[in-house]
Design a protein around this ligand. Structure first.
Ligand SMILES: Nc1ncnc2c1ncn2[C@@H]1O[C@H](COP(=O)(O)OP(=O)(O)OP(=O)(O)O)[C@@H](O)[C@H]1O
Ligand SMILES: [Mg+2]
Length: 368
């Protein structure tokens, strides 16, 4: 909706726009092939600089001066020199190490620069899928049976039922989530774990494979939290053994259709809070054949960009009629507002989760 509501005078809208920052930084992963143990992991990061420029192009069209920062230790000096009003944190790895992304909020906190996305704890948790599962489970968010395997010879708990899926505990982007990630036998499982642990030097998280459908949830924060749900449309309709493999995520265009369930919306909001995410987050949820939900993945600061970058955030919000410009404006104002003072945000547990008119509507209405 582009029209302004009658009660909002142009002066009020102008005032709101005046809150927009003038100087915005974008921090992105600095990527070199030699940083990564495999081509697959490199693929998930190699477009980082281009993607940052695409996002920057949209910000420039909003009249904002954009500064770009590769995510290296030099960041500290460069940002301290430029003093942007705020930054978009799009970092997914530093020197190829995904878990080091969690240092970026720490740097920004110490420089007192407002930033988008999760803080130190939220980003740190994101790179430990085992801890995420433990936290979700202990807060009543359903997850599949899981077990952390620091070595490939560790005994399997008796509760674990095949087929099992093996995941790298600290790496996202569906790296090594191929057909071979699924094991039906112990022999296959042990070989798979041996390969993963020796190649990526980290534990493997085993999960029971949930046959069924898949829903992706995006939470976008304005003054309140809004959840957008979409079911993944796989190539072969109705085959419960399909999943979003590496090939699926990196070489096929994603298809989604709207999905609605207030129960899942509540679970997503809970997961977002428990995992200390901020601004936006993504969750992958499987539904088994009797319709039960299982949270299989959570991403603070998920891939960010407009539809042409084919990321879940923009694709899913697009089917709800929310453009990338609107997403940017919400994040710009939310981050600035957040930095001004938490007292301007709803008090947690009172009205934070209520659906009520938001000031962010102004943003939607002035969007081009
Ligand atoms: N326990 C499970 N049961 C069924 N399918 C699963 C399970 N875990 C993962 N998958 C499938 O594999 C896909 C990728 O797994 P997951 O999201 O955990 O990996 P990731 O590397 O963290 O991916 P990303 O960070 O890109 O979302 C999921 O979207 C889902 O289709
Ligand atoms: Mg995922």
């Amino acid at each position: 909706m582009n029209q302004l509501p009658e009660e909002k005078s142009p002066e009020k809208v102008e005032k709101n726009l005046a809150e927009f920052p003038k100087k915005v930084g974008i921090i992105y992963s600095e990527v070199k092939r030699e940083y990564f143990p495999t081509e697959a992991q490199y693929v998930t990061e190699k477009e980082a600089e281009n993607d940052a420029k695409v996002v920057g192009g949209y910000l420039e069209k909003l009249g904002i001066n954009v500064y770009y920062y590769p995510g290296t230790p030099n960041l500290v000096v460069d940002i301290d020199r430029d003093k942007p009003d705020m930054v978009f944190n799009l970092v997914g790895s530093i020197h190829g190490q995904e878990y080091l992304s969690s240092t970026v909020p720490g740097i920004l906190e110490s420089l007192d620069i407002p930033y988008t996305g999760a803080g130190i704890l939220g980003e740190s948790l994101s790179y430990n899928k085992f801890l995420v599962k433990e936290l979700l489970q202990s807060h009543g968010v359903p997850v599949p049976h899981f077990q952390l395997m620091p070595t490939s010879t560790m005994p399997l708990e008796v509760t674990m039922r095949y087929p099992l899926i093996s995941k790298l505990n600290e790496i996202h982007g569906a790296v090594e989530i191929t057909k071979d990630a699924l094991s039906d036998t112990e022999k296959h499982l042990r070989e798979r774990m041996k390969f993963l642990i020796s190649t990526y030097k980290q534990p493997v998280l085993l999960e029971e494979f949930i046959a069924g459908r898949e829903v992706t949830a995006i939470l976008l924060e304005g003054l309140n939290k809004k959840v957008y749900l979409a079911e993944k449309v796989f190539k072969v309709e109705g085959d419960p053994y399909q999943f979003a493999s590496f090939e699926h995520q990196w070489s096929e265009e994603a298809h989604y259709k709207k999905y609605q369930d207030p129960l899942l919306v509540e679970l997503v909001k809970r997961a977002f809070d428990v995992l200390r995410m901020s601004d936006y987050g993504k969750f992958d949820v499987r539904l088994d054949q009797s319709g039960r939900y299982y949270f299989v993945d959570s991403n603070s600061n998920p891939a960010f960009g407009p539809r042409e970058l084919d990321c879940a955030l923009a694709n899913i919000l697009d089917i709800y009629g929310i453009s990338f410009n609107e997403i940017l404006k919400r994040l710009l104002l939310n981050t600035m507002r957040d930095a001004v003072g938490k007292q301007l945000l709803p008090v947690p547990g009172t009205n934070g989760d209520e659906e009520k008119p938001e000031t962010t509507n102004v943003i939607e209405q002035v969007s081009s």
